[in-house]
Design a protein around this ligand. Sequence first.
Ligand code: 2U9
Length: 344
Amino acid sequence: MIERLQELHDEAMIKVAEAEDLNSLQQVRIAYLGKKGPITEVMKGMGKLSNEERPLVGAKANEVRQSLQRMIEEKEKAFEEAKVLKQLEEESIDVTLPGRPVTKGSRHPLTSVVETIEDVFIGMGFQVAEGPEVETDYYNFESLNLPKHHPARDMQDTFFVSSDLLMRTQTSPVQTRTMEKHQGKGPVKIICPGKVYRRDEDDATHSHQFMQIEGLLVDEGIRMSDLKGIFEAFVKSYFGEDREIRLRPSYFPFTEPSAELDISCAICGGSGCRTCKGTGWIEVLGSGMVHPNVLRMGGFDPEKYSGFAFGMGVERFAMLKYGIDDIRHFYTNDTRFLDQFKHE
Ligand code: 2U9
């Protein structure tokens, strides 16, 4: 029996050595060490042995089992290690390869113009106020001295949502709403950036949706000279110290008197060129002293308070600053256009 056990051991060892993968190793384990395997069979016959022989055969059987077990485990381990090594080799990363460039987004040019202008006015004590883009007829027109049937209230220019709701045509309603909140007590010193909507045919200089920044300063004793002083500081800060300004009389229903602000042309320095149409001046915004009716509707006493207001188109400012010739560039999101403003 001892010889038989040794024979089985040697035979199994050859099979272990021949096993090429984990699966065939498993087959050898089942075949030799399983319940129905030859070693178990041999051990079942131990009952017939003499008392002297039994412990010897028992010891040999254990020795054979343990030896086989150890060999199989060692080989299993070797297979596992080889598998991991192969995987490591296959999945290895060449850390010396150049990295793929990460494409970063950037601020939209209109956003950076708005932020720059906001910063200038914040520096002069203004606060930024915002409001809804869908407005009521009252805030968009009525409260701005534009009663129903007023000729300046061109219905063709407005996107109506319902008979009383519309897409705001200017950011002025934000100013009226802010004045109401102040309940007749000054100062109100705000700028209102935001999107506005007009029923225009889109072309190089018109867009049915564009951006405005409007401003309002209401307090006791505000005069036209305050407006001029603020504009002087703003223009020099935004367009450069050597720009001159001038005010030209104009008309807006919500301001009286009204004025347009021109800056001296940066291209020709005032002598006249194509950009300024030979005048030496470029129009940049509209403004005026807030109409007494508008002050009253905003809850302020026009006998005690006065104020000035202004409005500018952000696209126009961006076009002047960067020499952009078509307003549609801002809204088509062509990355060849947008990428030029990465450092703004
Ligand atoms: C209140 C009182 C007065 C806002 C003003 C303008 C003049 C103006 C245009 C500039 C170019 C609109 O984008 S644009 O087409 N705006 O010329 N806006 S005064 O006056 C106000 C606003 C609110 C309560």
